[in-house]
Design a protein around this ligand. Structure first.
Ligand SMILES: [Zn+2]
Length: 111
């Protein structure tokens, strides 16, 4: 088993988990039940985690994760045309309106 992702909340973990299931990947959510039991547990242990059960599914799982990116965790990106930095939620450059170019070639690496 291998940890794929630490989610910000249980909803996010369940969404990713369901996406993995659709792809036929065996996964489970850890810390699912801890959200309501806030108390003595250290905060850092409260995050739900999505784990992949089988090694053979790992690559497919990382591909699913690539397509699953909550808006609030998108990183800033640099415009390829004018080199200005844009917020991760922007699909086009705020300055020159050029379209965002994603570094990773998802279509080439993932089926
Ligand atoms: Zn630009």
């Amino acid at each position: 088993m291998k940890k794929l992702y630490t989610a910000g909340d249980i909803i996010e973990a369940q969404l990713l988990n369901s996406l993995l299931k659709v792809q036929g990947i065996s996964s489970l959510i850890k810390n699912e039940g801890l959200q309501s039991g806030v108390g003595e547990l250290p905060f850092v242990e409260m995050w739900p985690e999505v784990w992949i059960m089988e090694q053979k599914d790992w690559f497919s799982a990382t591909c699913v994760l690539e397509t699953f990116k909550p808006l609030d965790t998108l990183e800033d990106w640099m415009c390829a045309r004018c080199s200005l930095t844009n917020p991760g939620t922007f699909e086009t450059c705020w300055s020159c309106r050029a379209h965002r170019i994603v570094d990773q070639d998802i279509e080439g690496g993932c089926l």
